[in-house]
Design a protein around this ligand. Structure first.
Ligand code: FE2
Length: 217
């Protein structure tokens, strides 16, 4: 099983602040049965601490450490790209590495309404496989917008902590609604640390399977 969205790569954004914390986060995922992890540091976001040009080098160094810590873990380099209308983003630079499809994880503003559907469609038309990060946070789009995107092959990712209610009541309600409507392709952790924003994928999956099995009774 994969976690396709997290901030485990240390010292590059507002995620993990040390190798020790990153290894702890990886141990937490491993204990939940997750061995394949796409590290997705923020890009085009004010929380980014170092140039994305350095990410491959930092990723490879961290991958070596993880390999000696737990050889069962498979790491991949990805990115979480903040849509920025003021930039002419070269999205080719930010596709997940090591996959045949050009996966792109994209996030948008939670405060200012942005043209999410148009941007995601454009990326799809250009041959990318866009993944919309945590749509439960964008209260200016609804399940109809998400259904439209999904129908046209755009992938939808909700956060484990939204499903669990840790991110607040509104995000939980929206995440569960999208799940019930079968609009969700991935639940991912979006973990930033090992404490208040820790990896909770195992718990979220348990909760979802409980909801669905109850529904069928
Ligand atoms: Fe994230």
């Amino acid at each position: 099983m994969f976690d396709i969205h997290n901030h485990i790569l240390p010292n590059v954004d507002d995620g993990s602040k040390s190798i020790e914390e990153s290894l702890l986060m990886i141990d937490m995922l491993y204990q939940q049965g997750i061995k394949k992890i796409v590290l997705t540091p923020h890009v085009q976001n004010s929380v980014q601490k170092v140039s994305s040009k350095l990410f491959p080098e930092k990723f490879n160094a961290f991958k070596d450490i993880v390999k000696s810590h737990n050889p069962d873990i498979e790491l991949y380099l990805g990115y979480e790209v903040r849509y920025d209308p003021s930039k002419n983003t070269d999205y080719e630079k930010f596709v997940f590495q090591g996959f045949s499809q050009k996966y792109l994880l994209i996030e948008f503003s939670t405060k200012i309404e942005e043209p999410i559907v148009d941007i995601m469609y454009n990326l799809k038309a250009k041959g990318f496989q866009p993944i919309l990060a945590h749509p439960e946070r964008y209260i200016y789009i609804n399940e109809k917008d998400i259904a439209r995107m999904k129908q046209d092959g755009i992938l939808i990712q909700v956060n484990a902590n939204a499903v669990l209610g840790i991110d607040g009541r509104i995000y939980k309600k929206r995440a569960l609604k999208f799940l019930k409507l079968q609009l969700v392709d991935f639940i991912a952790t979006d973990a930033h640390n090992s404490t208040d924003r820790k990896p909770n994928l195992g718990l979220a999956l348990k909760k979802v399977s409980k909801i669905f099995s109850n529904k069928e009774l």
